[in-house]
Write a protein that binds this ligand. Sequence first.
Ligand code: ZN
Ligand code: ZN
Ligand code: ZN
Length: 54
Amino acid sequence: MEVTQQKCACSDCVCIVNVDKALKKNGKNYCSESCANGHPEGSGCGHTGCKCHG
Ligand SMILES: [Zn+2]
Ligand SMILES: [Zn+2]
Ligand SMILES: [Zn+2]
């Protein structure tokens, strides 16, 4: 089975997501709901070492 990995589509996010398990929005793959929604409340994705908050 082939697993495709891709960087989260949030530009500040450094997380790598499995396309299989990614949160999909507008055809892009995100690591978390806050990334997919553009960090509406300024919260990060919650992953260690990642500083994205939109
Ligand atoms: Zn992240
Ligand atoms: Zn992300
Ligand atoms: Zn993000």
